[in-house]
Design a protein around this ligand. Structure first.
Ligand SMILES: Nc1ncnc2c1ncn2[C@@H]1O[C@H](COP(=O)(O)OP(=O)(O)OP(=O)(O)O)[C@@H](O)[C@H]1O
Ligand SMILES: [Mg+2]
Length: 187
C-alpha cells in the first residue's frame, strides 16, 4: 500500500478532539484484543460517520499493528472490490478466485462501504463477501460514512451481519464538519 500507509500508526493519530480520542481507543483496544477475539462472534471493527474524521487512517493503524505481529491482512476500497467482482461476473472461475481472495483473507479491511455503488447487483456481490466471512467468523474492518442503522436500511442481511460482528468494536463519529481533520483550523 506504499509509504503513506506506513505512517498510519497509532502514535501519529492525534486525539485532537473527544471523538478522535474515543475512536482511537476503540481501534487500539481492537488491535490489542485481536488474538483473543479473532474467532468469536464479535471479531470485527467498524469505524463510521463523519467525512474526514480519520476512519481510513485508524483502520490502517490497526492493519499496521496486525502486520507487525505477522497477521495477514487485505485492504480494499469498497468501490474497487465491487468493480473486480462485477468485471468477472461472467467468468465463473475468475469470479470465484476474486471472491475467494475477499472471503478467505485472514482479515479484510473494506474501506468506504456503500460509497457510490449500491445497485441490487452490487448488493448481491457484497452479500457473498460479507456472508462468507460472517459464516466462517473471519474478522472485518469496515469504514463507512453511514451509521449502522443506515447500513441496515440499505440492506438488512448485510447490515445486520456487520452489526453483530462489530458489536464490541464500533465507533461512529457524529460531529459535523468540525470533526473533519482535513478542515481543522480552516472552519
Ligand atoms: N486524529 C488524526 N491525527 C492525525 N491525522 C489525522 C487524524 N485524523 C485524520 N487524519 C488525517 O486526515 C486525513 C483524513 O483522514 P481519513 O482519510 O482517515 O478520514 P476518513 O474518515 O476516512 O474520511 P472519508 O470519509 O473522506 O473517507 C488523512 O490524511 C489522515 O491521515
Ligand atoms: Mg476514508
Amino acid at each position: 500500500m506504499g509509504d503513506a500507509f506506513s505512517d498510519k500508526v497509532f502514535d501519529n493519530f492525534k486525539p485532537w478532539n473527544r471523538e478522535a480520542a474515543m475512536a482511537r481507543a476503540t481501534a487500539m483496544r481492537y488491535a490489542i484484543e485481536f488474538d483473543t477475539i479473532e474467532h468469536s462472534d464479535a471479531n470485527s471493527l467498524a469505524l463510521l460517520g463523519t467525512v474526514g474524521a480519520g476512519k481510513t487512517m485508524l483502520g490502517c493503524c490497526v492493519l499496521n499493528e496486525l502486520l507487525s505481529r505477522n497477521i495477514g491482512v487485505r485492504y480494499t476500497k469498497y468501490g474497487e472490490m465491487m468493480q473486480k467482482l462485477k468485471q468477472n461476473a461472467m467468468d465463473e472461475e475468475a469470479y470465484n478466485r476474486h471472491l475467494g481472495n475477499y472471503v478467505n483473507a485472514r482479515v479484510l479491511f473494506i474501506d468506504d462501504m456503500f460509497k457510490d455503488s449500491r445497485t441490487q447487483a452490487d448488493l448481491n456481490h457484497l452479500y457473498k463477501v460479507i456472508d462468507g466471512r460472517y459464516f466462517a467468523r473471519r474478522p472485518m474492518i469496515i469504514t463507512s460514512e453511514m451509521t449502522i442503522d443506515q447500513l441496515a436500511d440499505i440492506d438488512l442481511a448485510i447490515g445486520s451481519r456487520i452489526a453483530e460482528r462489530c458489536s464490541n468494536y464500533a465507533f461512529t463519529f457524529l460531529s459535523g464538519r468540525e470533526g473533519n481533520y482535513r478542515l481543522r483550523g480552516l472552519i
